[in-house]
Design a binder for this molecule. Structure first.
Ligand SMILES: Cc1cc2nc3c(=O)[nH]c(=O)nc-3n(C[C@H](O)[C@H](O)[C@H](O)COP(=O)(O)OP(=O)(O)OC[C@H]3O[C@@H](n4cnc5c(N)ncnc54)[C@H](O)[C@@H]3O)c2cc1C
Length: 342
């Protein structure tokens, strides 16, 4: 059987290597030039949602959720994901998306705003109780552990380009463009963590539909995030403290019990953006496959992506419809941009 080198041991590469091994591939190398889960996966919020705005993205996330459910705590906490709207237009958007999501079997429903979250300006909210929050590096390390148990060779500190192989899988996140010609641009995104707070046991991920401001509980702290008003394209991951005041003000408004807290820790990571904010998943050249360009939501889709790509590599075809994610779509106009990029 051909030697398969998976380039990148983040959430995506780990899942591909694990699924290749599960399907019986016997010569798989998982290579990372850093360490397991040292790229974007180490910086992720850990949100796991099935609530997207386009059918292909909903399907990828929906078909991943069972895997997270099986992993369970402490890897995945099924606390739900709540989107709230404060304008008529925002609410109409939520309801339209809810119809699409429900038509695909995702149990999204109108929901009450949970205790502690300000609701006097809220016109309506929707939630999916099967969504939740996870620990991306821990999930990734667990997958690598399982993959290695099944015979995958792990090489850390190794550039995948230096390894002999018959098949290369590009799963190098924001650095994927260094391994193949791909329309991927890194975009810096920050996570801010509060001081320890008194928090309810089961706080869902809370997302403001109009602003994209969102927060989750991580241990005894809240982690908050929001898109920058001016996108930070490039690989600079220094922390921009100038936004702290704005984000704390938004948090104090939406979650009054957190008023007066400070930002205790902050980090910036990289989204691997494509022009339409959908990933590139599939064969891109003879003996070369890609799974990258996840545009800020790859962790939650990694189980389905790993399963589908492993099937494609080993069987030559997959029962999963990967056609929406083909690289070739960029030869024409990308016609179905994902709008729910948080
Ligand atoms: C602030 C932030 C918040 C996020 N929040 C969420 C969220 O809530 N939910 C969600 O699903 N996603 C989220 N994401 C996105 C998520 O982190 C990524 O989509 C996901 O982790 C991508 O994993 P990956 O394996 O593709 O990439 P990475 O984790 O970046 O892994 C790529 C790996 O490739 C390695 N590499 C690079 N070049 C080479 C080479 N030549 N040879 C060998 N190895 C190489 C790197 O060292 C790295 O370890 C967030 C991202 C950020 C930055």
């Amino acid at each position: 059987m051909a030697r398969i080198v998976v380039a990148g041991a983040g959430a995506i590469g780990a899942s591909i290597a694990y699924h290749l091994a599960l399907r019986g591939a016997s010569d798989v190398v998982l290579a990372d030039r850093g360490e397991v889960a040292s790229g974007s996966t180490s910086k992720a919020m850990g949100g796991v949602r099935q609530q997207f705005s386009t059918e292909p993205e909903v399907r990828l996330a929906r078909d991943s959720i069972r895997f997270f459910e099986e992993l369970g705590a402490p890897f995945f906490l099924q606390v739900g994901y709540l989107f709230l709207a404060t304008t008529d237009a925002g609410l109409a958007g939520l309801e339209e998306r809810m119809e699409l999501q429900r038509s695909l079997g995702v149990p999204v429903e109108r929901a009450a705003v949970p205790a502690g979250v300000r609701d006097d300006d809220v016109l309506g909210a929707v939630a999916c109780r099967r969504d939740g929050v996870a620990d991306p590096p821990a999930v990734t390390r667990e997958l690598v552990r399982r993959a290695c148990e099944l015979g995958v060779e792990l090489h850390e500190g190794t550039d995948a380009r230096d390894l002999d192989r018959e098949v290369l899988v590009v799963a190098a996140g924001p650095w994927s463009g260094e391994l193949a010609e791909l329309p991927i641009r890194p975009l810096a995104r920050q996570l801010l963590e509060t001081e320890p707070l008194e928090l309810p046991e089961r706080l869902p991920m809370v997302v403001e539909a109009e602003t994209g401001f969102h927060f989750r509980r991580r241990g005894d702290r809240l982690v908050i995030a929001m898109a920058d008003s001016v996108p930070r394209w490039g690989t600079d991951t220094s922390v921009d403290e100038s936004v702290f005041g704005d984000r704390l003000g938004r948090l104090a408004h939406r979650y009054p019990a957190a008023a007066g807290t400070r930002i205790d820790r902050a980090s910036a990571g990289l989204y691997d953006m494509t022009p339409d904010a959908h990933p590139i998943v599939g064969r891109i050249a003879e003996g070369v496959y890609a799974a990258c360009g996840f545009s800020g939501h790859g962790f939650m889709q990694s189980p389905a992506v790993g399963a589908a790509l492993a099937e494609l590599i080993l069987e030559g075809e997959t029962s999963y419809d990967l056609s929406p994610f083909a690289l070739e779509r960029f030869e024409g106009d990308a016609v179905f941009p994902e709008t729910l990029v948080l």
